[in-house]
Write a protein that binds this ligand. Structure first.
Ligand code: NAP
Length: 304
């Protein structure tokens, strides 16, 4: 079978594309390797999506998935590991299975960046985590560190502050990158201590995390902080590995595409966090999903 659209990834961009494609009467499939929802499932509360004042990430993901399925979108649990966009008909592969479509929407999103410290990799899952909402409960009443100064780190620190005894928020500069309202909330939270101008040099512990060592970039001093958990929130890396060499990618690894989501390859579109753009939010991912399907329709109409 040749699909009209093959959508890779069932985060907000992919699910929105699925809804729009189904409503447009297109023969579409969404390939998802894990759970629908993407990064949303790892978010505690969503409070900036219009019309939804406050909702948990899990509930939002479930509602988006249900909406897409009710609209008629087909979601398949398949891990696409290779693509071939060289011909008019696009091919994607999962191990030895091949799927074909007239168009593709890349909606694989992004995943948490690692610091690549030896101790970080060794203690991953043993007190080192990349998801506060997934793992925070393991550290009830204990002290933890959050590394990073963006929206994710700020939200993680606030979320953890309600569960743990104390949060040390380690940031390499003297001001947060996070939105001001989050910075204000952090300032008002008694059990979050900011550790400014500091980089993480080591996470200590034999089999479980028992502390961190941070280097103050101004004084040159190293400080040891006893913690049971370390949450790393230093940004995202786009999941573009499988399309490298097939579509244009920018220096940071994002798929180059403008507002129509069209990539350097005709018939291939990029939507959501994987696309080169300024603001990565749920609302911009869903907008991309809709825009990409509109562009697909235009492309298919031209094909006749
Ligand atoms: P981000 O905005 O890129 O922030 C990453 C943070 O980690 C920055 O503070 C950065 O420091 C720091 N960092 C990066 N590499 C580091 C390293 N090697 N060592 C130490 N620190 C390092 O990433 P994010 O917070 O994951 O957010 C990603 C996107 O999602 C953003 O566009 C964000 O606005 C969005 N987001 C939005 C919400 C929301 O609206 N509620 C929630 C979560 C995420 P510098 O500041 O010095 O660069």
């Amino acid at each position: 079978m040749t699909y009209d659209i093959m959508i890779i990834g069932a985060g907000p961009a992919g699910l929105t594309a699925g809804i729009y494609a189904a409503r447009a009467g297109l023969n579409a499939v969404i390939f998802e390797k894990a759970f629908a929802g993407g990064q949303v499932t790892k978010t505690d509360l969503i409070e900036n999506y219009p019309g939804v004042a406050s909702i948990t990430g899990i509930d939002f993901a479930l509602q988006m998935q249900a909406h897409a399925e009710e609209a008629g979108a087909k979601i398949m649990t398949v891990d696409i590991d290779r693509v071939d966009f060289s011909g008019g008909i696009k091919k994607v592969f999962a191990e030895n299975e091949m799927y074909e479509g007239k168009t593709v929407i890349l909606a694989m999103g992004a995943q948490p960046r690692k610091l690549d410290l030896e101790s970080e990799l060794r203690l991953a899952g043993k007190g080192v985590s990349y998801c506060a909402t997934c793992d925070g409960a393991f550290f009830r009443g204990k002290d933890v560190a959050v590394i990073g100064g963006g929206d994710t780190a700020a939200e993680d620190a606030l979320y953890l502050s309600n569960i743990v005894n104390k949060v040390y928020m380690v940031h390499r500069r003297d001001a947060l990158r996070a939105e001001q309202y989050l910075a204000d909330r952090i300032n008002k939270t008694g059990n979050i201590e900011m550790v400014w101008n500091a980089t993480l040099s080591e996470i200590t512990g034999e089999n479980l995390v028992d502390g961190i060592r941070v280097l103050n970039k101004i004084s040159g001093e190293t400080r040891a902080i006893p913690v049971s958990g370390t949450f790393i929130a230093v940004g995202m890396v786009p999941e573009s590995e499988i399309v490298k060499g097939q579509v244009d990618i920018d220096d940071a690894g994002y798929v180059v595409a403008g507002e129509t989501c069209a990539t350097s390859v005709p018939g291939v579109f990029a939507a959501g966090d994987i696309r080169s753009k300024k603001l990565r939010q749920i609302v911009t991912a869903t907008a991309d999903g809709a825009a990409a399907v509109a562009a697909v329709e235009e492309y298919l109409n031209k094909l006749g």
